[in-house]
Design a binder for this molecule. Structure first.
Ligand code: ACO
Length: 432
């Protein structure tokens, strides 16, 4: 294995170090390129750029591998739960029983919102998008806990444990409150007796005199959904969190920026797009056959929830969530749902049709997670919010990695300027 790569530019030859990761991923270190040659690299969309050395998540898209802190996602999905996995993702190790109990008690303690924050919801119009509300309120946490949001990483890190509990616990309360307020429903208060997922379902769906009690299958489907979304290395929202953190910004400001990036339809919106696609197929009186034919011909829309930029064999998260999805459906007694029937038809075709097989287009996690959210009664505009709740541990861990880096440099990419060359100011009367 070479330790350096050689780059020849003009008549200059440059020796560039090779960096090798734990799993033998290789990168050419070009950090001295500009200083030594005046050139920069150009990588539109960063598809070939390693922006960080990170210890959190490992993905091998070719082989369908996803690991958090070295643990295979399959093992965590089977043996762990969202809160324990969140601890692992953030702190790097599975918690001891004492650490686990302490973490849970901090989450319980921080579940309710400050009364001032509860009043903030009233300032938004009822039709406000829950992602806009979530981003605003996650950032506002810094106003209510200023000692955790000093914008001095060293000082913020002294209170990291408290900030983690506040972010993970309150994101759930904020999400549920924004849903209830958008529907004109009275707010529910978190219950000490309920675990994280059951509490979220209670906050969302309990009504006065009628507590919502989730079946174990439903709570477990939600738990799995959140666990499977806990981190996914340097995607758009995570890179955003790291970028904001690199300027020295506090945890709440940084994860609030992550929420905004996730809101973009190219990132967090695919699970919602799956349901919209199923509805439009149903409205056309199609069972999926016409839609698939149009997608294959390249004239119609793509099948939402199929294919993945990174996973080219299968999405390991989709494999896991599929089983839980069917269990949740059975426990909810959902059998003959027209959208579900269409979804099953699409899945069947995609797994057997040569067009999809040859292009390695498998159902991805969004295909099943959209269906799970719908089965749980989560309204579509909340799907991306659910993704944000799940991704919170990953954003926190990535913020932490940046904030505690003693050699931290602000993220500041370069560009190739392609605008006008220098020109002189034109007075108003000479324009047009
Ligand atoms: N339906 C039908 N055909 C598809 C689909 C699809 N969902 N996805 C890719 N193809 C076809 C393309 O038309 C292309 O065909 P061709 O070789 O005949 O031209 C071939 O498969 C390769 O497509 P690319 O766009 O090069 O694949 P890429 O890896 O760049 O795209 C992506 C991945 C964006 C996820 C794509 O598969 C897609 O658009 N899927 C639907 C949207 C979706 O589900 N997104 C969620 C992704 S998961 C996540 O973000 C958490």
């Amino acid at each position: 294995m070479p330790k350096t790569a050689t780059l020849k530019i003009d008549d200059k030859e440059l020796s560039l170090p090779i960096i090798i990761g734990t799993e033998n991923e290789r990168a050419v270190d070009i950090s001295k390129l500009r200083a030594e040659t005046g050139y920069i690299t150009f990588d539109d969309g960063f598809a070939n750029t390693g922006s960080a050395q990170s210890n959190i998540t490992y993905i091998d898209g070719e082989q369908g591998i996803l690991r958090y802190r070295g643990y295979p996602i399959e093992q965590l999905a089977e043996k762990s739960n969202f809160i324990e996995t969140a601890y692992l993702v953030i702190h790097g190790e599975l918690p001891t029983p004492e650490q686990r109990t302490h973490f849970s008690s901090l989450l319980t303690q921080h579940a309710p919102l400050h009364q001032g924050m509860t009043r903030l919801f009233q300032g938004f119009p009822p039709a406000a998008h829950p992602m806009a509300v979530l981003s605003a309120l996650m950032n506002a946490l810094g106003c209510y806990y200023p000692h955790l949001a000093t914008n001095n990483h060293q000082r913020d890190l002294e209170h990291f444990e408290e900030a983690v509990a506040i972010a993970i616990s309150k994101v759930r309360t904020i999400a549920a409150h924004s849903y209830r307020i958008s529907r004109g429903l009275p707010l529910n208060h978190p219950k000490r007796s309920l675990n994280y997922c059951d509490n979220f379902l209670h906050l969302m769906f309990s009504e006065p005199y009628n507590d919502y009690v989730a079946t174990p299958e439903v709570a477990s489907a939600l738990n799995l959904f959140l666990l499977l979304h806990a981190d996914h290395e340097q995607n758009c929202s995570t890179s955003t969190v790291r970028m904001v953190a690199s300027a020295g910004a506090n945890l709440f400001a940084s994860v609030s920026a992550g929420v905004n990036a996730l809101w973009g339809p190219l990132h967090g919106g695919a699970n919602m797009a799956v349901i919209e696609m199923l509805k439009s197929i149903h409205a056309d009186g199609d069972d999926g056959t016409k839609f698939i034919a149009a997608a294959k011909s390249g004239k119609g829309d793509r099948l939402m929830g199929f294919g993945h930029r990174v996973y080219k064999n299968y999405d390991p998260r989709a494999k896991i969530i599929k089983t839980s999805f069917y269990k949740a459906l059975a426990s909810l007694g959902i059998k003959d749902d027209p959208l579900l029937n269409i979804a099953m038809k699409l899945e069947e075709v995609a797994l057997s049709d040569d067009y999809f097989i040859s292009r390695k287009l498998y159902p991805n996690v969004d295909f099943y997670s959209g269906l799970i959210m719908r089965a749980l009664g989560i309204p579509e505009e909340m799907f991306t919010v659910m993704f944000a709740i799940g991704r919170m541990p990953g954003w926190i861990a990535q913020w932490h990695e940046v904030a505690r880096n003693p050699k931290l440099k602000i993220y500041r990419p370069r560009q190739i300027y392609a605008g006008h060359p220098q020109r002189n100011y034109v007075p108003t009367n000479l324009r047009g």
